[in-house]
Design a protein around this ligand. Sequence first.
Ligand SMILES: Cc1cc2nc3c(=O)[nH]c(=O)nc-3n(C[C@H](O)[C@H](O)[C@H](O)COP(=O)(O)O)c2cc1C
Length: 304
Amino acid sequence: MKPNLQVEIGTMLMANPVTTASGTFGFGPEYTPYLDIERLGAITVKGTTLEPREGNPTPRLVETPSGILNSIGLQNPGVDYLIEHYAPYFRQLKTNVIVNIAGNTVEEYANLAAKLNSVPGIAALEVNISCPNVKKGGLAFGSDPVSAAEVTKAVRQATTLPVIIKLSPNVTDIAAIASAVEEAGADALSVINTLLGMAIDIRKRKPVLGNIMGGLSGPAVKPVAVRAVWQVYQRVKIPIIGMGGIMNAADALEFILAGATAVAVGTASFINPRAAIEVLEGIERYLVENNIDDIKELVGAAHG
Ligand SMILES: Cc1cc2nc3c(=O)[nH]c(=O)nc-3n(C[C@H](O)[C@H](O)[C@H](O)COP(=O)(O)O)c2cc1C
């Protein structure tokens, strides 16, 4: 018998628990030569802002021994472009599309949510209050429980779509932020965004990234991410989408056992564009091999 892989993130039903991490999967069509994206439970698309953004000065990516540092700075064509050019494509897809949003002010987050609310083809909003690469509109909101709750409340009031709040690991107590946004009306949480880091070119004796600091992602951050999911799971009742260094199905299963209902594959797609599908296939194989007929049995199972 085929195991049941269905999970729910708020009112969004996912055929399986695998999605992509925002900013690592474009808007979807970029990956269609490599995999059938409709097999994924959802795709999460690049962060979108009210106005188009050019992003940060180059260089914006640097490899580290077990991950990458990026300081893209939310380069994107803006929400009107997304609605006009990508939403018709989203509508045809037989999977959920999660749109990631970021703003400079609480009002901007609310405006984005209101604009996207009535657009067919969008299944949920992921609210980025955790981007370390922009001066405003990112981490400033996500590092304080009061302002994190304020953004959540404003987005909640502006939309009927499921609201997923994306948390930062660059805080002292991630569970306190999780609890505040749950209370403010979040339907789910994404855990985690990138960790603030930097690299220095010893020949030039200067920081490598144009923006000096960037967000670290990939295998280096996985233990931090698993720990964050574990702590958040202990504090909140709403579902968690776990992410941070998932390279294969074994990594994804760690997140699920720590308390994630769904998982997102990010940096791994840059190395292997089929990574998300391979993660899905590996999870399914694990369930079959271990005679587990429902993925939900594994969610948080490591807590005993
Ligand atoms: C190049 C790049 C761009 C990203 N852009 C965004 C973004 O626009 N919005 C967002 O919420 N997270 C963004 N992220 C963070 C990822 O969605 C994810 O949370 C993080 O990379 C950890 O997962 P990973 O280690 O599997 O990549 C970006 C990450 C990378 C590497």
